[in-house]
Design a protein. Structure first.
Length: 650
């Protein structure tokens, strides 16, 4: 990657550094368009690209109360038909009432700057679409523009301004800017304008150049500008933080306690239980023999008996609905469900609190803003147990006290009633607790037919696929189809029966299935020998070895989680051969590194052949210079590329 060149755009006037320019439909007073359009490149020099950015520009104006504006401009040079299709349609989102969107201009030009289309040929505004599954209703509007004349060789030049008229939380403003992208950027500029006495929280990632700051007329202006920012290619198993991607993130100087107090005020009157809710709770806990039994019953009731529907309209995106409303409608989103559970737990005398987090675990603990969070769970203090028990009330298949895999290890804030913000890191289940085991045991007849049993069990993060398989009771026809499909997936022509399963929604049940397989064709004759196709998973990855080896020097850190994952997988075949038969067995493989552990063994004792493979992953991030160690480990695992066994008759 070439180093970025720090520039003050050659077309920027000197006054623009003292305060942010005000862009209107009449134009940007700090920029001369002819100098920007002259930045066009030769498509022949960029055959691997669909387009390049001639300009990627952001101007942000922030007031101390959270009001402000964000103006973005992009000039795109289109190279091919795919890019023309993509850039011919522009779409922008905003929240009416709190925000105002202005399209300053959207035009199409020839490569020499001649105007082809001055304005969109069609413009339409509509509500954001609602998914059929886990629907989220919002008041977000989407404005779509169709541009005319976009074709290979043209330029698309557009500018929009989104004004924040009323922040959701007073004093909150959050913005970010990516300097490096997946395409070449000829000119990148980001200007931020604030009151001079406001000390922004600014996080610069990999910005290593001077950043001009000017104070004038009671305003402070920051400028980040760069030229010829190269495209950044992704790499397998990328992790952060890295030394490659350049970005800026900023926010007003809030504290987590400010956010906690704001949420407490929103939710203060949302924990009362109506007589109808208390009656429903009494029904849900009927038969419980202890306090924990009661909490487990309420957890299952809230997680599974209320549909996920989010009404994120206005403050509904942050303020939970009352328990009585949730019960009446039989639906709720994460904050509705968590609030209902917390209210019931408190009614039982248990200390319980809302927990704010990012559903995918990406919240940044150094940048306090409610925009870091898009999810809520509950934390309870169980008598006699240290620490918190965590409950995600929207994860209907996650057992009591477990955190869904995507949230594990993430930063979160426990909100106390007095406004105290308790910063925590959610627990991560060790790999050994995320375990999947498959065992196939049986006997081979002299005719090469298999009779035996298939068993699969799972715990932790590995349990969900099994639970989803048995979410609903199967009809006799569905059950027969499932048994037939599973038996034949293991050995062809197999007949399955005696299925042992479990109820997927029973969070106390161990996810496990077992199936008898009869008269399956396991062996094929070839050249005077018998070939047994192994019915257990092959974990060799020779293609990955080639892909990683073919790349140049590694730039990004390596995500250990993304290679295998923090779990253990064990698969075993125990096969009793006919009398006198022998198997030609390969050598087992043992390979361990910071990226995982792998073992395989092939053993025959008497008539019994045992084939076992074990793979365990891990968590963490390793530096780029360990890529060769990863390649060597995958290559060693791939030595066990054994798909068949040769069986010898007497």
């Amino acid at each position: 990657m070439r180093p970025l060149t720090l520039v003050l755009l050659f077309c920027v006037t000197s006054g623009a550094l003292a305060q942010a320019p005000r862009v209107t439909p009449a134009g940007d007073p700090s920029v001369r368009n002819d100098t920007l359009y002259s930045l066009v490149v030769s498509p022949e020099d960029h055959r691997d690209r669909d387009f390049v950015y001639l300009l990627d520009d952001g101007i942000v104006r922030i007031e101390r109360d959270g009001r402000g504006s964000r103006t973005y401009r992009q000039i795109v040079q289109v190279f091919n038909r795919d890019a023309a299709e993509n850039w011919g349609e522009l779409q922008f989102s905003y929240q009416p009432g709190r925000e105002r969107l202005t399209v300053n201009w959207a035009r199409v030009l020839s490569s020499d700057g001649r105007v082809i289309s001055e304005r969109p040929v069609h413009e339409q505004e509509s509500r954001a679409p609602v998914a059929a599954s886990a629907p989220v209703y919002t008041d977000v509007m989407q404005r779509r523009l169709s541009l005319g004349g976009v074709s290979p060789g043209t330029l698309v030049d557009y500018s929009i301004t989104i004004e924040t008229l009323e922040p959701m939380m007073p004093g909150d403003f959050h913005a970010s800017w990516a300097v490096t992208t997946g395409s070449l950027v000829r000119r990148s500029r980001y200007i931020v304008d604030t009151p001079a006495d406001v000390q922004l929280r600014i996080q610069e990632r990999n910005w290593r150049w001077p950043r001009p700051v000017t104070v004038r007329n009671g305003r402070r202006t920051y400028v980040w500008a760069a030229a010829d920012v190269p495209a950044v290619e992704g790499e397998p198993f990328m992790a952060g933080p890295d030394t490659v991607m350049v970005s800026i993130e900023l926010a007003l100087p809030l504290e987590w306690s400010d956010i906690a107090r704001w949420y407490v005020a929103l939710a203060r009157d949302r924990y009362q239980l109506s007589p109808e809710v208390e009656a429903a709770v009494a029904q849900a806990v009927r038969g419980a023999r202890s306090l924990e039994d009661s909490l487990r019953a309420v957890h299952r009731w809230v997680a599974q008996d209320f549909r996920y529907v989010s009404l994120s309209l206005g403050m509904g995106g942050y303020q939970p609905r009352r328990p009585a409303q949730v019960l009446e409608t039989r639906y709720g989103d994460c904050k509705d469900k968590a609030t209902l559970f917390i209210a019931v737990a408190r009614r039982m005398g248990v200390r319980a609190f809302p927990v704010l987090l990012a559903a995918e675990g990406g919240a940044d603990s150094t940048m306090p803003t409610p925009r870091q969070f898009d999810h809520m769970i509950a934390a309870v203090e169980l008598p006699g147990r240290p620490g918190y028990t965590w409950l995600d009330l929207t994860a209907d298949l996650t057992p009591f006290g477990e955190v869904p895999p995507e949230s594990q290890g993430g930063f979160a804030v426990v909100v106390h009633d007095d406004g105290h913000a308790e910063r925590v890191v959610l627990p991560a289940t060790p790999a050994a607790a995320n375990r999947s085991v498959i065992r196939i045991e049986g006997e081979l007849t002299p005719e090469g037919r298999f009779n035996g049993r298939f068993t699969r069990s799972a715990t932790g993060s590995r349990q969900y696929a099994l639970r989803e398989t048995f979410l609903e009771p199967m009809s006799s026809e569905d059950r027969a189809r499932f048994v037939r499909s599973l038996a034949q997936a293991i050995f062809s022509e197999g007949v399955g029966d005696s299925l042992e399963a479990f109820e997927g929604r029973d969070l106390t049940a161990t996810p496990r299935l077992s199936l008898t397989i009869r008269d399956a064709r396991a062996v094929n004759s070839a050249g005077g020998v018998e070939i047994l196709q192994l019915p257990i998973e092959n974990m060799a990855s020779p293609n990955l070895v080639r892909e990683l080896s073919a790349r140049g020097p590694r730039r990004f850190p390596i995500s250990v989680d993304a290679i295998v994952g923090p779990f253990e997988f064990e698969t075993e075949l125990v096969l009793t051969l006919p009398a006198g038969w022998r198997a030609r067995l390969p050598q087992g493989v043992s390979a361990s590194s910071v990226f995982g552990s792998y073992r395989s063994e092939y053993v025959q004792e008497g008539r019994q052949v045992r084939v076992r493979r074990y793979l365990a992953g891990s968590r963490g991030v390793q530096p780029p210079d360990r890529i060769q160690e990863l390649i060597d480990w995958v290559r060693e695992v791939s030595r066990d590329d054994v798909r068949y066994l040769v069986l010898e008759r007497p």
